[in-house]
Design a protein around this ligand. Sequence first.
Ligand code: ZN
Ligand code: ZN
Length: 286
Amino acid sequence: MRIDLHTHSTASDGTTSPVDLVRAAAATGLDVVALTDHDTTAGWAGAAEALPPGLTLVPGAELSCVWPAPDGRVIGMHLLAYLFDPAEPVLRAERARVRDGRIVRARRMVELMQADGYPVRWDDVLREAAGGPVGRPHVARALVRHRLVADVASAFTPEWIGRGGRYRVVKPDTEVVDAIRMVRAAGGVPVVAHPLAAARGAVVPAEAYAAMAAAGLAGLEADHLDHDADARRRTREIAADHGLLVTGSSDFHGANKAVALGAATTDPAVYEELLDQATGSAPVAA
Ligand SMILES: [Zn+2]
Ligand SMILES: [Zn+2]
């Protein structure tokens, strides 16, 4: 069994439609694929309808969260949520609140660039998002389109919208312990995505996971492109300390990231344990 529990479609910041994503997952030999777009379930129906025989779809989302450090810093985190009830009102309202925050933030970035004399317009960003939720990659692509940067990666720098960037604007994401409780209350199973991906910014210290485990966290994603061998080993140690499961996944984004579907996978026994904990929705098989 080849199981990839973390992918993005055009419903968030991937470049592959939900339909094409499940077809590609089957073509690459996956048995199980989770669709985990950022803060949205908009891709679930399309992926389910197009599901090829032999492939199981795990409906999910990747929730934008923060961990407030005792020293006052706010550290961004991503929480994978599997098999929750998409209609459960509290979690649904929170997804909408976070998505709206993305729009406010992207608009503000454009305003700051315009104030410095750059010709980027909000319409340009909306066009890049093509009707999906607006995110920083769409702002980045608008910068590429205007030849202000050479490529998307060059936009994620301190000159532009990267870490410490001149035009970076923070958004009001969910406190991770609250998010874990919301996912559980909606019948879902929460797993922290790429917990030690230091290249993305500050990471949460190991001691913070006690409170998350107590709130109902199920697992940690260890095998991920942004984790080197040491980060994978340390993630497994944190998981062992708190009785958490360990997953692996590609975090596929289509052409937005150079990683293939199934580049990392999850152990079938771990997958079964995640399924056993889920009550909000069921995996879909054709
Ligand atoms: Zn992520
Ligand atoms: Zn992701």
